[in-house]
Write a protein that binds this ligand. Structure first.
Ligand SMILES: N[C@@H](CCC[C@H](N)C(=O)O)C(=O)O
Length: 324
């Protein structure tokens, strides 16, 4: 079985093109494979945040389908960082630089963007649909929507916003000390365990406003835990940054989003019927090409896996050190 180890802002994944397999893996097999292969201790070459599964799409005008399996085996409706890497893969497969990719709730635009530096490829992907309605997360609270408001059951001091893009996000703007403190993990582990508010869990982000049009986003992801970056979280946080800025941060302007794994740029849009969507622009790095026997992988045996690094990771790290 051929895999590519990929990342967007160091949010890393194994990319698996099911169309290259003799027999496509079932949902149960994909779940088991993710749990074993992504494990940071016993998994394949240090594991990953999840698996990106590429498959054929029956939708017209669409190059392929992307499914997202978190490291704990749960399936998510969307992955912003992952969509950039899948876009790069499909561009190579089909020779197109602008196209759509089928995801669980929408066919999303993908476009090649200018390289961030030599050998650091970049892509621009659409993040949508966006909704504040509690049933789209789902969220069970004493209100239909949660926008910049207190929820004492979560925190006595922080205000939260809940939005689906379309995977679920809970966002709070905080100061630097709180960004780096223990409260994010405390809230996120509670809301991703047994709780009456988010039965399917939720990605939780703390956001620090930096200068001008810049923010720093730290995310505890549903089904994974802390990650270096979460593309949908950075997009959702950018939306809240614009909406809560009293027009200081306008729509259609580039926002610089820093994260522990690097940076992306986002643009928040509102279309004519008032719906929001975001552009997420950032790297799509192929770290290594991997060959592993399928039966071995399903059994969690990676001792005979073949790992052939590309030369891209060094260039990515040079890029990151140049912007820090
Ligand atoms: N890291 C991804 C999001 C992956 C899915 C998320 N953990 C969820 O369960 O919703 C991204 O870049 O958006």
């Amino acid at each position: 079985m051929q895999l590519i180890k990929v990342h967007g802002s160091e949010n890393d994944f194994f990319l698996l093109d099911q169309t290259k397999l003799e027999v496509a893996l079932s949902d149960e097999q994909l779940k088991e494979l993710a749990i074993k292969m992504c494990n940071r201790i016993t998994g394949l070459h240090g594991g990953s945040d999840g698996i990106l599964v590429v498959d054929h799409s029956e939708h017209s005008g669409v190059l392929g389908q992307m499914r997202v399996i978190n490291a704990d085996g749960t399936e998510a409706s969307m992955c912003g960082n992952g969509l950039r890497t899948v876009g790069r893969y499909l561009e190579k497969e089909y020779g197109q630089t602008t196209f759509k990719v089928e995801t669980m709730h929408a066919d999303l635009k993908v476009e090649k963007a200018p390289d961030l530096k030599s050998n650091v490829a970049a892509y621009n992907v659409e993040i949508s649909p966006v909704s504040f309605m509690s049933e789209t997360l789902p969220m069970f609270l004493d209100r239909e929507t949660l926008v910049d408001d207190y929820v004492p059951e979560f925190s006595k001091t922080l205000k939260f916003s809940a939005v689906s893009v379309p995977n679920p996000h809970l966002i709070a703007f905080v100061d630097h000390e709180t960004l780096e403190g223990p409260e994010l993990e405390k809230i996120a582990t509670y809301l991703n365990g047994e709780n009456p508010y988010f039965p399917d869990g939720v990605n939780v982000s703390f956001v620090e406003k930096l200068d001008g049009h810049s923010i720093f986003v730290r995310t505890y992801e549903r089904g994974v835990g802390f990650t270096n970056a979460c593309g949908t979280a950075m997009s959702a946080s950018s939306l809240m940054f614009v909406m809560l800025s009293n027009k200081q941060v306008p729509f259609e302007t580039e926002i610089n989003v820093r994260n522990p794994g690097g940076m992306v740029k986002t643009i928040v849009h509102q279309n004519d019927n008032g719906e929001y969507w975001m552009s997420l622009i950032g790297n799509a790095t192929n770290v290594a090409n991997v060959t592993v026997d399928l039966a071995d992988a399903m059994n969690g045996d990676y001792s005979h896996a073949k790992w052939v690094p590309t030369n891209e990771q060094e260039n990515y790290l040079e890029f990151i050190s140049s912007i820090r």
